[in-house]
Design a protein around this ligand. Structure first.
Ligand SMILES: Nc1ncnc2c1ncn2[C@@H]1O[C@H](COP(=O)(O)OP(=O)(O)OP(=O)(O)O)[C@@H](O)[C@H]1O
Ligand SMILES: [Mg+2]
Length: 174
C-alpha cells in the first residue's frame, strides 16, 4: 500500500497513459461530512476485453511483457487499500471505449491514507505526454478545484463558482 492516495492515483493514471488515453480524468471527492473519500480515474484508452478484465479483477495480473511473473501491483494495491478502509473498488472497461477505476474509503478509518501531493501527481502525468489532457476534479465539503493540463498550462488550479460564492459570503459576514 502507498502512504499517500496521490501515489495510488499516479500509478492508476499511468495505466491510462500506457493504454494510449488522450484524456485522463481524475476525480477526488473528499467529504468529512459523509465520511467518504472517493477516487475515480477515467480514461479513453484502449480498454480491456472481458477476459483481461476478469483476470485483473480476480488476482493481481499484468500484461507488461517486461515482468518475469505476470503480476501487476497498481490495481491490486488500490483495491487492498479501499477494502481495508471500509470502502469498495470497481473497474469498468470496454475495448476501444476506455476504462474507469473507482475506489472508495471511509475517511475516518485509521488506515485511510492522506490525499497527499496531488500537484506532483498532476505534474508528473502531464509531463509524460504533453498532448494528453490530464484533468482533475477535486471536491471537498466546502471547496471545488478543477484543473486541465491543456487549458491550464502555467496556471494554478482555479477555484470554481461554489468557492467564490462562499468567499463572497465570508467577506459579507466579516
Ligand atoms: N486504464 C487501463 N486501460 C487498459 N488496461 C489497463 C488499464 N489499467 C490496467 N490495465 C490492465 O491491467 C493490468 C494490471 O494493471 P496494474 O496497474 O495492476 O499492473 P501493471 O500496470 O501491469 O503493473 P504495475 O502497476 O505493478 O507497474 C495492466 O497490465 C493492463 O493490462
Ligand atoms: Mg499499473
Amino acid at each position: 500500500m502507498f502512504e499517500e492516495l496521490s501515489l495510488h492515483i499516479l500509478d492508476i493514471a499511468m495505466n491510462s497513459l500506457a493504454a494510449g488515453a488522450r484524456t485522463v480524468e481524475v476525480a477526488v471527492l473528499e467529504s468529512r461530512r459523509h465520511d467518504w473519500l472517493i477516487v475515480r480515474v477515467k480514461d479513453d484508452g484502449r480498454g480491456m476485453d472481458e477476459a483481461t478484465l476478469q483476470r485483473v479483477i480476480r488476482q493481481p495480473h499484468t500484461t507488461k511483457r517486461s515482468r518475469k511473473k505476470p503480476i501487476g501491483l497498481g490495481l491490486a494495491l488500490l483495491r487492498q487499500t479501499s477494502e481495508m478502509c471500509g470502502g469498495t473498488f470497481h473497474i469498468r472497461s470496454a475495448p476501444g471505449k476506455g476504462t474507469s477505476v473507482t475506489a472508495s474509503m471511509r475517511l475516518a478509518n485509521i488506515d485511510c491514507p492522506p490525499v497527499g501531493n496531488l500537484t506532483d501527481t498532476l505534474v508528473a502525468l502531464s509531463a509524460h505526454d504533453t498532448d494528453v489532457d490530464v484533468r482533475l476534479h477535486y471536491r471537498t465539503d466546502t471547496e471545488t478545484f478543477q484543473f486541465s493540463s491543456q487549458e491550464g498550462r502555467n496556471h494554478e488550479p482555479r477555484r470554481t463558482k461554489k468557492t467564490q460564492r462562499q468567499d463572497a459570503t465570508a467577506s459579507r459576514t466579516a
